[in-house]
Structures are given as C-alpha cells and as structure tokens.
Design a protein around this ligand. Structure first.
Ligand code: FES
Ligand code: FE2
Length: 387
C-alpha cells in the first residue's frame, strides 16, 4: 500500500474525476515534507498538536478573512463590540460614516485592556490606568503630563488596526497585513449567493457552543458529499444526492442539491430563484466559515479553534422578519448534532498513533482533499505581521 500520494495535483472538477483515481491511503495529499512544514511529524498531529494549531493560527487564520460579527451588533455611530481573535483582544467601532474600524483593544502605554463588552463610545476611549486617550479611530490623542514623555510621538502609538470588510451585513476581519484582497476573494461567492442574500433577511437566532473535536474535522464533514446518503439517511432523505453539484472557487467552495422530484415544494423566501427554493446549498468560505442556503433561511456556523481538540461553533440563522428563530435554531442544531457526533468520534480515534485516511471517493470526497491542499498552500506563504 502506498502510504502517501505523491502524484501531481489532480484536477478539481467532478467532471474530470473519472480520469484519475485517488491512490489508496492518500492522507489528503500530505507527504512527510508538507507535514514537517506544518509543524507535524505524523498525519494525526494535524488534529492533536498544539504546534500545528499555533502554525495554523499564524499562517492560515491570520492571513484569511474571518467572519466575526454582523452589522446589527454595531447599529449607530460610536457603537462598539469587543472580541478576542487569534488570542488578541480586539475592538470594532462604528465610525458613523458607513465605515468600521477594527483595532487592538490594548493600551499602547502598559497594555491595559481598554474596552469591555459592547456599547456606545463617547468621543474618546480613555484608559482607566493612566488616562491615555484615543479617538474612535484608535489614534492616541492625549497623554496626561506630556512633559514626562518628552520626544514621544503620539502618532506612533495608535492602537494597531487591521483590515475589516462587510459582505451582506457580515463583518470580516483579516488579522495579518498579508492576505487576499477582500473583493477578489468574495467575488465568485457573491456571484452565486448575491441574489439570495440581497433579500430582507434578518438574524432570527444565534447560539454559541463548543464541541470536542479539531476544527478541521467539522470543515471536512461540511465538504463531505459521500456521508449524506449514510450518516443522514433519515434526516436528509428528502434530497437527491445523486444530483449534488459542487465547485471550487479558489479556496472557497459552493454546492447545491435539489429536493427529490416527488418532494418538491417551494421554500418560503419569495425573492430567490425557483431553483434555490427547491434545493439546499452548502458552502465554505475558507478556512472555517460554513454556510447553508435553503428555501427558508440562511445559516452560518464558523468553527473557531479553542485548542487542538476543542472548537467553538457560532451558529447564526437569518430568515424573513417574524420567523420563529428559536424553533429554527433547535431544528438546525439537532441536524448538526449528527455531524458533530461523527466529528467527536473521529477525534477519539486520533488517540491511535496510526490514525490516517484510506481511499477517498473520487468526486464525493474530492472537496476534502482540495481543502487540505489549500491548508498546505497557506502554510507555505510568509506569515505576515499579526495585529
Ligand atoms: S496602561 Fe493605559 S494609560 Fe497606562
Ligand atoms: Fe452532515
């Protein structure tokens, strides 16, 4: 048996899949050198190692656009939220001109945390320790007793800001100065989901919880077409998996499958194309934002790593105003529970030193391989300076 796949990179399109066969035991295309570059010695380290996670934070998450909040959380000029992102305390502030700013929530004097929770700023952010004052853009504007700080340039002591962008009310932040241009990165997904997301959707539910598995198991599961027939034999029986379509959009991923003809009934969102009203789409914004489009709602759930074997999921649902969000959340959550149980079982298997991956379905598991190829590609890029 060949332990690692050393064949040239394979074509991505399902239409071309019959032209090649993934070798037995391909381990998603990892070989010894790429594992070493990823701070791993064995395949299982990808799911259990602190060093691997640290590498991913720097190289993969740091240089990617991460979904962190929605604009409803920052409704007016001066509204702010705080969050810890990749270990760094950050704040996002509504600038009042349609712009958001995201900067370190750490005083540039002695490192005091400046803001907590969420709320509305006055004109300034003033540190409680020695009352250095910053404006809403994060620029240092006042130091008490300036004669004590002769030669200090205020302009060099602003709160380090990072790139922030909004796509259909979703706020994305990129922590590293290096990374893809937002509009280029999102453009193909916008082409596919733009009409869907243009409608009057509002957030009707949000829940956050943690699960006991590596974040990548959740993403792999989301990309796995093969399991739909089996793990979800009952819960997804209404869908015609044979007609499943998917496409790689760079590192991102789009998919669609229709309801079985006998079960056709239009979903409730009136502005979306008929095709979307009788089907379901699962999509990924690399690395960790999973999205689902249905005839009735739009769901996002991001897999944010807490440790190698613990991941925080934030599940958000958007639907028409007046939708019963609580019922919808519990329905989606109970469906996701099937996937999470499988991912947690895989995590348990990583206790076995020889944990690996056998032959993969040629088209139905190809997206998992593409995901790992994207991880390797990010791993080889310069890390860039994190916030
Ligand atoms: S730590 Fe903020 S002013 Fe001193
Ligand atoms: Fe699933």
């Amino acid at each position: 048996m060949k332990l690692f796949d050393t064949s040239p990179e394979l074509l991505e399109s399902p239409a071309n899949a019959s032209k090649d066969r993934l070798p037995v035991g391909n381990s998603f295309g990892w070989d010894f050198e790429s594992l070493q570059r990823y701070q791993a010695n064995h395949f299982r380290d990808l799911y259990v190692s602190e060093a691997v996670l640290e590498h991913e934070v720097q190289k993969v998450f740091g240089s990617s656009w991460l979904f962190v909040a929605v604009t409803d959380e920052l409704p007016e000029s001066g509204s702010f939220i705080t969050l810890t992102l990749l270990g760094v305390p950050m704040a996002i502030v509504n600038q009042g001109n349609g712009q958001l700013k995201c900067f370190r929530n750490i005083c540039s004097h002695r490192g005091m945390t400046l803001l907590s929770g969420s709320g509305k700023l006055g004109t300034h952010i003033t540190c409680q320790y020695h009352q250095w004052s910053f404006n809403r853009q994060g620029d240092l504007v006042r130091i008490p007793q300036p004669d004590q700080f002769f030669g200090v340039e205020l302009s060099e002591l602003s709160l380090g800001s990072v790139a922030v962008e909004v796509w259909h009310e979703m706020i994305f932040v990129r922590m590293s100065e290096n990374g893809p241009d937002f509009l280029e990165w999102i453009s193909e997904m916008q082409g596919r989901l733009g009409a869907f997301l243009d409608g009057p959707l509002v957030e009707v539910g949000k829940v956050q919880y943690s699960v006991n598995c590596n974040w990548k198991f959740l993403v792999e599961n989301h990309l796995d077409v093969y399991h739909l027939w089996y793990l979800h034999a009952k819960s997804l029986n209404a869908f015609d998996h044979r007609s499943f379509e998917w496409e790689s959009l760079g590192d991102n991923w789009w998919s669609y499958e229709p309801l079985k003809a006998s079960k056709n009934n239009l979903g409730g969102l009136p502005w979306i194309p008929d095709r979307d009203r009788v089907g379901i789409g699962a999509h990924l914004l690399f690395p960790n934002l999973m999205m689902v489009t249905t005839g009735d709602y739009f769901a996002t759930y991001d897999a944010y790593p807490i440790s190698p074997n613990e991941t925080r999921i934030t599940l958000r649902l958007r639907a028409e105003p007046g939708t019963d969000g609580e019922t919808l959340i519990s329905m989606v959550r109970s469906f996701l529970a099937e996937d999470i149980a499988a991912c947690e079982a895989l995590q348990s298997s990583t206790g076995y030193g020889g944990f690996g991956v056998g032959p993969l379905a040629s088209t139905h598991e190809r997206p998992l391989r593409n995901f790992h190829r994207s991880l390797r590609r990010h791993s080889g890029k310069p890390a860039g300076k994190l916030a």
